[in-house]
Design a protein around this ligand. Structure first.
Ligand code: GLY
Length: 599
């Protein structure tokens, strides 16, 4: 289907025009210092686990982990110190985050690993959740064919068959060095002995109280005596999760997908009207896949292939932008934002039209969308004078920039690198803890297109590649990415944030490669997002000044400045500085419990 990007005034679709905030007329906007982005009704108390301040990298000579959980980063770092490689450290960090960062760190969800070894050889692991075997295309619709409100994102039917344990196990089998048990054991101990409940966890427990106390299995895990919020600084033990992790430690993949855990999970699903059975679990397999490969200004860009849309869209945008001197265009200038938005708009239109699970869509046009030739064609459709309107008769998805996913980056002493992004979809997934097993279940079924054929400009996509099918993986935006220069990993990056992920990763890469920011500045810098429809640029607060906003509006762009407490993902990056020999970590202060640990 052809798509025309005409120059003209953008259509007003769900995007409030805002021209407030900073008044500085300077073209290059300074990077603001950020405090913890986790804002709630409770008073802000000092952090128990200090995260390094934004803009200052964490430095190390041998190895490093940067993640949204300082405790988990330290566990990963300790594995590196004990002679583990980047995959070993990633496995240990991922299991630790299932204990310390339960909003997104998980064993009840899924995700992706991108791995590039010290010689620049790249591979990836897909452990995306799958639709249960009895799922159907119309399972979230009522008898009139209408979407039952939020059913695909809330409640037991929103749960996809989890993939995390399978993915970590497969990656370890292929490339791990230390014994599996050694990597899972720190998480077992952390869950059994407990760790200090952070302000962020306390804040979430307060905020979610009305929901979680209605779900007995969740209330049991998240509150003292099922209802009392655990205070910041108290020790939080998760004995049921410890037992589940112990079975994974001792039996590997089968410790989750077979035996007691599988039986209990299937029984719980059945008692709640869910679809996942022991057969779903027994049949789940992670897959090693060939990464997406691009080239941006002499750097090889490896990123995640479908069922993530991230790698394809990222490379498509980089290919378009390579045709411009972005330094000359000017960081955060009206031209810069106008241009990046145009690239985002085009890549997201293609994402909506073409992307889905490759195992169910053998003809995905990946090669075409990631080719330089296609980018050159798209470049011809971009004008600096007038914004291209998104075609409102087609495709649309609502803005989704929440803290629903998490990413961490690892580099080991040999220079091997891992970018791992995994998710429960929404923050704490379906909100449902698997009874007796101690972990949150995802609500990833919400990433499928729920209404076949129904594509609107305010929130639905109904295109075929991402409709529900039994055993199919839902489309993702997760974009774990590694840049390689002269045959060795140079930069490792990723972030949470739903569909904003792809645009956040793009902007961090541009910040480093085109604007020569250090990795900490690059992850900290304000970001913005456009996703084709709604036809709107969502700006983090303080991204651009008033004059720039006015100029963008004059050209026909629609803008929405987000409130200061909203943020676009929390990127965790590593840059390997060839000159100094330092590994530099960028820990995004948008994530309240984050930390980098190196040695
Ligand atoms: N659940 C977010 C994503 O996969 O993109």
């Amino acid at each position: 289907m052809s798509r025309t990007f005409v120059n003209g005034a953008a259509m007003a679709i769900g995007c409030l025009l805002l021209v407030s905030m900073t008044t500085s007329p300077s073209k290059v906007h300074p990077i603001p210092a950020r405090s913890s982005a986790h804002v709630g009704v409770l008073p802000t108390l000092p952090r128990i686990v200090p995260a390094p301040p934004g803009r200052e990298p964490v430095y190390a000579k041998h190895g490093m982990v940067v993640s949204s959980s300082a405790i988990a980063s330290e566990i990963g770092r300790d594995i590196l110190k004990q002679g583990g490689n980047a995959i070993d450290a990633a496995v240990a960090t991922a299991f630790a985050m299932a204990v310390t960062w339960p909003s997104a760190g998980n064993i009840g969800g899924g995700g992706f690993i991108l791995y590039v070894d010290k010689n620049g050889k790249a591979t990836s692991f897909d452990f995306r959740e799958k639709a249960p075997l009895t799922a159907s295309e119309t399972m979230f619709l009522d008898s009139n064919g209408k979407l039952i409100s939020n059913l695909n994102h809330r409640g037991i039917l929103s749960v996809g068959t989890p993939g995390t344990v399978a993915g970590l196990f497969l990656a370890h089998q292929r490339y791990g060095k230390l014994p599996w048990k050694k990597l899972v054991d720190p998480a077992v101990k952390l869950a059994a002995k407990g760790f200090v409940f952070t302000h962020a966890l306390m804040d979430d427990s307060e905020w979610k109280k009305s929901t979680w106390t209605k779900i007995p299995s969740t209330a049991h895990v998240m509150y003292r005596n099922d209802s009392i919020v655990i205070g910041q600084g108290e020790n939080w033990k998760q004995p049921e999760l410890a037992s589940t992790l112990k079975r994974i430690r001792d039996k590997g993949h089968d410790g989750f997908y077979k035996g007691e855990t599988a039986k209990r999970l299937a029984q719980f699903m059945s008692s709640q009207g869910g679809l996942i059975t022991e057969k779903d679990l027994a049949e789940y397999q992670a897959i090693e896949r060939k990464p997406i490969e691009g080239n941006y200004r002499g750097n090889i860009v490896y990123s995640m292939p479908p069922p993530s849309s991230g790698g394809v869209a990222l490379v498509e945008m980089l290919n378009i932008l390579e045709g411009y001197d972005l330094k000359q265009v000017g960081y955060a200038s009206a031209d810069y934002i106008h241009l990046l938005k145009a690239a985002m708009q085009r890549a997201f239109a293609d994402r909506a039209e073409y992307m889905g699970d490759p195992d169910f869509n053998p003809e995905l046009p990946v090669a075409r969308l990631t080719s330089k030739q296609y980018a050159a064609q798209l470049k011809q459709t971009i004008s600096f004078d007038k914004a291209s309107p998104s075609d409102s008769s087609r495709f649309g998805q609502i803005y989704d920039g929440g803290n629903n996913t998490t990413h961490f980056s690892v580099v080991d002493n040999d220079g091997n690198a891992v970018a791992l992004t995994y998710t429960l979809e929404n923050s704490y997934g379906s909100q449902i803890v698997a009874d007796g097993l101690g972990f949150f279940l995802n609500d990833e079924m919400g990433d499928f297109n729920p209404m076949p054929g129904v594509t609107t400009n305010d929130g639905q996509i109904g295109t075929k590649p991402n409709l529900i099918r039994p055993g199919k993986r839902m489309l993702s935006s997760m974009t774990p990415t590694i840049l390689v220069k002269d045959g060795k990993p140079l930069m490792v990056i990723g972030t949470p944030g739903g569909r904003t992920i792809i645009n956040s990763v793009l902007q961090v890469i541009l910040n480093v490669i085109d604007h020569q920011m250090n990795i900490a500045e690059a992850v900290e810098a304000p970001r913005f997002h456009h996703q084709w429809l709604p036809d709107c640029i969502y700006l983090e607060s303080l991204t651009v000044n008033k004059n720039t906003q006015e100029e963008l509006t004059r050209r026909g762009n629609k803008l929405k400045e987000l409130p200061p407490t909203w943020y676009q993902g929390a990127a965790m990056g590593i840059y390997i500085d060839r000159k100094s020999g330092y590994i530099m970590g960028g820990v995004d202060s948008r994530s309240p419990d984050a930390g980098g640990a190196g040695y």
